[in-house]
Write a protein that binds this ligand. Structure first.
Ligand SMILES: *[C@@H]1O[C@H](CO)[C@@H](O)[C@H](O)[C@H]1NC(C)=O
Ligand SMILES: *[C@@H]1O[C@H](CO)[C@@H](O)[C@H](O)[C@H]1NC(C)=O
Ligand SMILES: *[C@@H]1O[C@H](CO)[C@@H](O)[C@H](O)[C@H]1NC(C)=O
Length: 324
């Protein structure tokens, strides 16, 4: 995983170095972006060297020997995507790698979005059309599923039998590109990240994400940013628990679902005239809210809490809130 991250981050940093030549034109934002990219790159380097140093048996060749056939997962192109304009920077089809979940993981999903920096100038986006970060023509046909994507229980005890997806990142803008920023002079350079995201979600829905009991959206670097950008949208797509489905959508949009279960909120969204009758204190409230058993250590209120007729005058005044 670390080796893979290093590779994609190196790619990001070629574009970062390329961008450096344009430093005179850079605003604060670009500097901040490259600083993050650089920090992630340094972290990946540090992680790789740490793992080599700390594990004396580990070296590049032995870690590659450990790869088995089940770890290598084919690239699938989203053939339907061109119809909705969901394409990579160069106009090619976007793609992903998928392994089906099984056993107790059959209805659980982990989706990992590949990283690889951003392109922030027309030049750097042009350059990206020639590599896997901008075109499926240059994507590897198979990737190695390791870390949280690994199918081996010993390496990946939490997720090994979940449905596991690696999303190939090819829009140059953390799956958030929009066509309104495309050039209008006939140049083939597509900013379709949002459309790619939507096409991918439709595909995973047809593969069973629509029935998911739990799902984890993850990503590294620019892919981590994509996970943050899309996480609320992602959660919104997933099946809700039954009760939530019955609550009013306007309320759910504004409040915690638990609040939408109470009449104070429910009544705001009822169109039919409603007449409510409610005593100041009902039986349940007296026993559980006003005088919970645990707060009456000496049982002074025992009789009163079980039957309002047994409350003496002082207690009735206390219940009414008139006690000072
Ligand atoms: C492509 O989309 C059509 C309709 O939107 C759908 O019926 C078909 O199953 C899709 N094909 C694939 C391979 O996803
Ligand atoms: C379109 O505009 C871009 C950016 O201004 C420029 O680099 C490119 O050469 C133009 N292409 C054509 C065909 O005019
Ligand atoms: C009412 O009951 C409480 C608790 O048993 C007692 O402390 C209080 O003195 C009683 N008051 C009257 C007016 O009887």
């Amino acid at each position: 995983m670390a080796v893979e991250n290093l590779a994609s981050n190196s790619m990001a940093n070629i574009s970062w170095l390329h961008g450096l030549l344009w430093w005179r034109n850079w605003g604060k934002r670009e500097w901040a972006i490259s600083a993050i990219g650089f920090a992630v790159f340094v972290f990946a380097l540090a992680f790789v060297s740490y793992s080599w140093i700390s594990d004396p048996d580990s070296n590049l060749s032995s870690s590659f020997h450990r790869i088995t056939a089940t770890d290598l997962v084919d690239l699938t192109l989203l053939h339907n995507a061109t119809r909705r304009g969901a394409v990579c920077l160069d106009g090619s089809l976007p793609g992903y790698h998928y392994q089906k979940g099984f056993g107790s993981g059959a209805n659980s999903w982990v989706l990992y979005i590949e990283g690889g920096g951003w392109c922030n100038t027309i030049e750097s986006c042009f350059w990206r059309r020639e590599i896997h970060l901008g075109s499926s023509k240059h994507m590897g046909h198979r990737v190695h599923f390791t870390g949280i994507l690994s199918p081996h229980q010993a390496q990946n005890p939490e997720f090994f039998n979940w449905n596991r997806v690696k999303v190939q990142y090819c829009d140059g803008a953390s799956l958030a590109g929009h066509p309104d920023k495309e050039l209008r002079n006939g140049t083939r350079l597509f900013f379709r990240g949002q459309l790619i995201w939507e096409a991918l979600m439709d595909k995973f829905f047809s593969l069973g994400l629509s029935k998911a009991k739990q799902a984890l959206l993850a990503g590294c670097s620019a892919g981590g940013l994509a996970a943050l950008i899309h996480c609320d949208e992602f959660r919104g797509l997933l099946p809700k628990n039954g009760l939530r489905k019955s609550l009013h959508k306007d309320c759910i949009a504004r409040k915690e679902p638990a609040e939408c279960l109470f009449p104070k909120e429910i009544i705001k969204n009822i169109a039919t005239p409603v007449f409510l009758l409610h005593s100041a204190y009902d039986f349940w409230q007296i026993q559980n809210i006003l005088i919970p058993e645990g707060s009456d250590l000496y049982h002074y209120w025992q009789k009163c809490r079980l039957d309002i007729h047994n409350c003496n005058a002082t207690q009735v005044e206390i219940l009414k809130g008139n006690w000072v």
